[in-house]
Ligand binder design. Sequence first.
Ligand SMILES: Cc1cc2nc3c(=O)[nH]c(=O)nc-3n(C[C@H](O)[C@H](O)[C@H](O)COP(=O)(O)OP(=O)(O)OC[C@H]3O[C@@H](n4cnc5c(N)ncnc54)[C@H](O)[C@@H]3O)c2cc1C
Length: 251
Amino acid sequence: MIERGPLVRHDPIVRTLTIAGTTDLSPGFRRITLTGTELEGFTSLGPADHVKILLRDGERRDYTPRTFRPPANDTLAELDIDFFLHGDGPAAAWAQGVREGDEARIAGPRGSHLLPTGANRIVLGADESSLPAFGRWIEMVPEDVEILGFVELDNPSDAAYLDPEHVHRARVVWLDKADGALERAIRALGPLDDATFVWVAGEATTLIPIRRYLRRELGLPRNQVKIDGYWKTGEANRDHHAPIDPDDPED
Ligand SMILES: Cc1cc2nc3c(=O)[nH]c(=O)nc-3n(C[C@H](O)[C@H](O)[C@H](O)COP(=O)(O)OP(=O)(O)OC[C@H]3O[C@@H](n4cnc5c(N)ncnc54)[C@H](O)[C@@H]3O)c2cc1C
């Protein structure tokens, strides 16, 4: 039987860091590498963890701590955060404009949900916003667990974001972002047995029918499904703790 991983809490720490470099990974993705002595003690144990990027005007936005490299010999610790440059928000604009040597402040993660246990197959669904977390899932899931990944993109060239080994490991299926494409792909899997865990994150409204299908039509219990609205069309700074489907909040 599948059990959701426990929540491990971390001290809420705000860190002032320096941008060690930026790397353009694909037309839409920019990696920002942060460094500094204040990264000491940084911990991120769950694939879908997030930190808050603290922006100048008091705004804060959620981002996945993609890769943390602890300090080694005489090099400082480094943290990569991968930004999708969607072009219309303070965080995306910040990522587009920063340069090596600039300051960055992050808070968190406040907690880590560890991997679920008891699954022999994990189905992952993502768009650009959740592709960094998708990459973390692929890296963290044990080798004997099958992974099936579905990714919706606006621009197919952003498939270059993901390492070829990750694409192979998760047998990634790339989908054109079109109405219902991700839902159709998940439905095409047919009934899901009780050893399959499903994680899907992306635009909140498009996730409503996917969640309804999994939870209500297939009747999968809460411990087998995690659907997370990472952003919402037309809404700045969406709170991802808010239910994606207010008519049917998570039970
Ligand atoms: C747990 C978690 C982890 C996340 N990890 C990442 C990550 O690693 N990398 C990443 O790029 N994003 C990630 N996101 C999504 C990111 O927080 C949102 O996209 C956020 O809204 C971006 O802030 P902004 O200031 O650029 O835009 P906002 O000011 O929040 O929004 C401005 C406008 O842009 C639109 N918009 C916001 N995001 C997108 C998008 N992705 N595509 C198209 N339009 C958009 C909004 O609908 C709004 O109309 C994560 C979100 C959560 C909840």
